[in-house]
Write a protein that binds this ligand. Structure first.
Ligand code: SAM
Length: 349
């Protein structure tokens, strides 16, 4: 983009740049333009690496941001350079009123992209409504193609519902339809090639994500951890991997197409090789806290000032502070993986 005017902020090193397309927030070479919005901490699955089966301390409903509050904070974030929003959770599709909220979100000005990450259980039911809101990109998380194993990983016997959701989304033309797989040694890594084969005759984008040591209920061990590189080497058995060029709003995945395949495979090395230098993400938790990094417990409360009636300038200042203070490197993760305090379901993945 062409820069028309720029000014250094005296208290942080974030640079606000007015471009022909509006304002961008740059932190050094990084441009923070992507907000992951967790709209609920509730979920209809209980993935073993994410949530316990019982005894979960859900956030009281009154402490969860209302849809109106979220819309307000997204508007403020747009003023600070956010151009892409991903709705996540918990499971976003379990929150009542999701579709009317999505309609309002898609009506906001200046957002280039809105996407959703779902476990797919309710996708068949909502796919058409989501598409009618103008959303055409969706991510479905799926760690096994085997119903029994899916049950063991998610503690719910719902594989067929997820698969029906994926087929419905394909039928409705979601493009890309990404399938996110967290690969764990001895748990599902024997399905890596099956997931890769899915891309041969379907236009799916399968993304292998390194299992991260996040959350107090995560049973992460280095023995069960597999690097993205090891996964890519395995996938290479299916054919030559042609690199796919990055698009402007792309995430951190290294993308490839298996020769002759309709779809793509991608590898996200969140643990083995950090992408902090290019990380463009900010997270807003369902209870209204901004987080600059998945691996840092540092959060900024935006709900309290919002509910106290503080003006947009104050809120915009907090969003800017979250961008300013976004960690520049992996910090403690580089020396020894350590779990952060929150569960992934409350941060938003
Ligand atoms: N319910 C939605 C879903 O399943 O996609 C959105 C929330 S879920 C927390 C978002 C993503 O985070 C899922 O793909 C899930 O597999 C992933 N995830 C959760 N814990 C993880 C971990 N420890 N390491 C890597 N990915 C994780």
């Amino acid at each position: 983009m062409i820069s028309a005017k720029s000014a250094m902020n005296p208290i942080g090193d974030t640079e606000k740049v007015e471009t022909l397309a509006g304002v961008e927030c740059r932190q050094g070479s990084r441009r923070v333009n992507y907000l992951r919005l967790s709209i609920t901490d509730r979920c209809n699955l209980r993935c073993v690496y994410c949530m316990p089966d019982e005894g979960i301390d859900f956030v009281p409903h009154s402490e969860i941001l209302s849809y109106e509050e979220m819309l307000h904070l997204v508007r403020i974030s747009v003023r600070n350079g956010i151009r892409k929003v991903r709705l996540t959770g918990g499971e976003p599709l379990v929150r009542k009123g999701f579709i009317p909220f999505l309609e309002k979100l898609t009506a906001l000005q200046d957002l280039d992209e809105i996407t959703i990450t779902t476990n797919g259980v309710l996708l068949k039911e909502y796919a058409a409504d989501i598409r009618n809101c103008g959303i055409c990109r969706i991510n479905v998380s799926l760690d096994s193609l085997r119903p029994e194993r899916f049950f063991r990983i998610t503690r719910r016997d719902l594989f067929h519902k997820v698969w029906e959701g994926i087929e419905e989304a394909q039928r409705l033309g979601f493009d890309p339809l990404k399938i996110n797989v967290v690969a764990m040694k001895g748990v599902n890594d024997d399905e890596v090639l099956d997931f890769g084969r899915l891309t041969l005759d379907r236009p799916f984008h399968v993304r292998f994500i390194e299992w991260m040591p996040i959350g107090k209920h995560n049973n992460w061990t280095s023995e069960k951890f597999i690097t993205a590189e090891a996964l890519r080497n395995r996938i290479a058995a299916l054919g030559e991997l042609d690199p796919v060029e990055h698009e402007p709003m792309d995430g951190p995945a290294e993308r490839y197409r298996i020769k002759g395949a309709r779809g793509e495979v991608g590898f996200i090395s969140a643990v083995s090789s950090h992408f902090c230098d290019s990380c463009n993400r900010l997270r807003l938790t369902a209870e209204g806290r901004l987080r600059g990094c998945l691996f840092s417990d540092k959060e900024i409360d935006v709900k309290t000032p919002l509910r106290e009636g503080k003006g947009d300038e104050v809120l915009a200042g907090l969003v800017k502070r979250a961008i300013d203070e976004k960690p520049r490197g992996p910090g403690r993760l580089s020396s020894r993986p350590r779990k952060c305090i929150r569960q992934m379901s409350t941060i938003g993945g």
